[in-house]
Write a protein that binds this ligand. Structure first.
Ligand code: SF4
Length: 715
């Protein structure tokens, strides 16, 4: 029996795990008592990791050898690695030669390790010369990135998990922490039990399980968060609850913002948000007058056509009240995916470069070009997630490489995504699982290792880098993601006539060391963070060369990484959702996670016990809405948006507001069938969702679509 310390691959809490194995198979998993994210605890998903790992192999849902389709729709046939990568090289080289580098794109994942992300980014921007590399983290955290940068000057969550114990007020908004980040929720419950005076405010259209510990639940109308935050600031100003000294010493732009929030009177906010004036006042009082207020927020703010504005308006509240840079105080975005943070650190998005550099900054492009040893990094912005698939649907992108993600289920507006995949001349899908909907569109399937088999690092929500370690041998012919990308890159270099290589990596550690050096002098400087140091314990960044430990909390000195050292109030206007409900589509549909499932269920869907919490998809509606439409519990309904329609059972719940509906994001394939508005067969809730995105972050509005709900006519 062997034991290997690693990290859970599910969510941004980043819990440490101890993997038990018999040398060949993973036989057990338990929480790592020494890991500072979870101190030995695991949630239902984490504690069943070993079962999903073996079930995936038993049920043959793993992709174990490279496969090629002779033509679309044909059964893929096994080929060797050399033939597979030579085929990919031929196709990508041909498209680049005939149509230029921007005719190819890479769509990667917040579930890749930092080392994987780094190599893909360098391959695309450094070798090929296209910024067309984006990630499913665009659907998850890009509004938080843009919000931090606009206000605080850098994409750096300033708080840490220990702040839960220090906070006197927790303001949880756009986050069902109880289900999406269960171990953090346990820590919040502990903090509340230890300090009953701690107040918890939850702002969420639904009454989620997180509301169970709330002193105040603000059931605001979907998408009205900016109006709520502006209304709170209006009252803080009126009541004299702002921190004038902090504002004067550490910020700029408050006068402009004051003019904007002057119109956000309690009457107007109550009407727009659908909450009472008393509750608004109480939320403002608790936030502003608490000795230490910590905000926790996630997709409810981020997945919005106003995602950046929502993030900025919330951070405005922290700056206006001086609730930042102290123990228990600050804005704290929670990351959905296990390594969305690592992806941000290596610049694995279409608008970023390594170590939080900006593509739009010529000096940053020159620095990265020098680091990589390439003549230049292209200036032209790359396509972000929604733009990338639209460009492919339009024939502008002709070859796509998709790694560790399932856009044929997870992207909004599935009809466009499927059209994009069909139209592409060549699609590579690099995956651990053979069962994702995207695999059906692959010309080439490349088998990747996954949790328990691969080696590298991830960064969790509190900027803590943990090691991911392989506990068992790589099954079949699977290879690590960074290795596949580097092997392809070297073949492409030869095709392009290069005699040396930009990708001389022997192992994941050598990739890490190059990434580490690229951060020197940057806000996230990790030059002191070696694999040897991480062997001993996970570490938070920044951690500079010569330092022995990272920083738990940022901005304690009131100095921000902006040109003048001051944080910036951002004057944002409230805008309603992209697609307000109307007479034809009278329901606001929101989407979200279930407690025991993960993403498209490629891993959790292999284990029967994880269906105990929710056995099948359903649309939740308020019982009064059901009665008005003469719908009975469990009856099948059509849920229809402007883009398509799905059929599923209805479930009554007073947790959902009137004229609202909720569908979990996980179900696809045969579980939740539907059709596009033009009749194509599709599946999953994203048949319905809109591709409208935030103009700053380009994050799509997965959290809201206008729909109608009608009883299904059975044949
Ligand atoms: Fe894994 Fe997240 Fe659960 Fe921790 S809270 S065990 S990281 S799924």
């Amino acid at each position: 029996m062997a034991e290997t310390r690693s990290t859970c691959p599910y969510c941004g809490v980043g819990c440490g795990v101890v993997i038990e194995s018999d040398g060949a198979q993973i036989t057990g998993v338990r929480g790592d008592p020494a890991h500072p994210a979870n101190f030995g605890r695991l949630c239902t998903k984490g504690s069943t990791l070993h079962l999903t790992a073996s079930a995936a192999v038993t049920m043959q849902t793993r992709l174990l050898q490279p496969m090629r389709r002779a033509q679309r729709g044909a059964t893929p046939q096994a080929i060797g690695w050399d033939a597979a990568l030579d085929t990919a090289t031929d196709k990508f080289a041909q498209v680049i030669r005939e149509h230029g580098p921007d005719a190819v794109g890479f769509y990667v994942s917040g579930q890749l390790l930092t080392e994987d992300y780094y190599v893909f980014n360098k391959l695309s921007k450094g070798l090929i010369g296209t910024n067309n590399i984006d990630t499913n983290s665009r659907l998850c955290m890009s509004s938080a990135v843009a919000g931090y940068k606009k206000t605080l000057g850098a994409d750096a969550p300033p708080a840490c998990y220990d702040d839960f114990q220090q906070a006197q007020c927790l303001f949880i908004t756009g986050s069902n922490t109880a289900w999406a980040h269960p171990i953090l929720f346990r820590r919040i419950e502990d903090a509340k039990a230890a300090n009953p005076a701690m107040k918890i405010v939850v702002a969420d259209p639904r009454r989620t399980d997180t509301c169970e510990i709330a002193d105040l639940h603000l059931a605001l109308q979907p998408g009205t968060d900016v109006m709520l935050f502006h209304g709170m600031l209006h009252l803080m100003l009126w009541e004299g609850w702002t921190d004038a000294a902090y504002i004067a010493a550490h910020t700029t732009g408050f006068d402009e913002l004051k003019r904007t929030v002057r119109d956000c009177t309690p009457e107007r906010v109550a009407q727009v948000c659908g909450i009472s004036k008393d509750d608004l006042l109480e939320a403002a009082r608790l936030f502003a007058t608490s000795p230490a207020t910590l905000s926790l927020y996630c997709q409810g703010l981020n997945q919005s056509s106003s995602g950046t504005a929502k993030n900025a308006a919330l951070i405005n509240l922290h700056l206006a009240t001086g609730q930042i840079g102290r123990p228990g105080a600050g804005p704290f975005s929670l990351t959905g995916q296990p390594n969305a943070m690592g992806g941000r650190e290596v610049g694995g998005l279409a608008n970023l470069l390594s170590a939080h550099r900006d593509l739009a900054n010529p000096a940053h492009r020159a620095e990265v070009a020098a680091l990589w040893g390439v003549p230049a990094v292209p200036e032209k912005p790359g396509k972000t997630a929604v733009e990338m698939f639209q460009a492919a649907a339009d024939g502008e992108i002709r070859a796509l490489w998709i790694a560790c993600t399932n856009p044929a289920q997870s992207m909004p507006d599935q009809a466009t995504v499927r059209r994009a995949l069909e139209r592409c001349e060549f699609v590579v899908v690099q995956e651990a699982f053979s069962t994702t909907a995207t695999c059906d569109y692959a010309d080439l399937l490349l088998p990747a290792t996954t949790w328990g088999e691969k080696d590298g690092t991830v960064t969790n929500s509190e900027r803590r880098v943990s090691r991911v370690r392989n506990a068992v041998a790589r099954p079949g012919e699977t290879r690590d993601d960074w290795l596949i990308a580097a092997d392809f890159a070297r073949r492409l270099e030869a095709r392009l006539g290069r005699t040396d290589t930009l990708f001389p990596y022997a192992d994941a550690e050598s990739v890490w060391n190059e990434h580490r050096e690229s951060t020197r002098g940057r806000d996230l400087d990790i030059t002191g963070m070696s694999y040897a140091m991480l062997e001993a314990a996970p570490q938070q960044w920044p951690l500079r060369e010569g330092e022995s430990t990272g920083r738990a909390r940022l901005y304690e000195d009131g100095v921000f990484p902006t040109p003048d050292g001051r944080a910036r109030f951002v004057d944002v206007a409230y805008k309603p959702v992209a697609e307000p409900r109307d007479a034809r589509h009278p329901f606001s549909l929101t989407t979200g996670r279930l407690r025991d499932q993960w993403h498209g269920m490629s891993r959790t869907g292999t284990l029967g016990r994880l269906f105990g919490h929710a056995a099948e998809p359903s649309v939740q509606m308020h019982p009064q809405d059901m009665a008005r439409r003469q719908l009975r519990e469990g009856e099948l309904v059509h849920v229809t948006s402007r883009r398509g329609s799905i059929v599923l059972p209805v479930a009554g719940s007073t947790d959902v507001g009137l004229s609202q509906a909720f569908i979990a994001m996980h179900w696809g394939g045969e579980y939740l069938s539907g059709r596009s508005s033009t009749g194509e067969r599709l599946a999953g809730v994203n048949v319905l969702t809109t591709p409208a995105f935030c103009p700053d972050s380009k994050q799509p509005e997965l959290k809201h679509a206008a729909v109608k709900i009608l009883k299904a006519e059975l044949p």
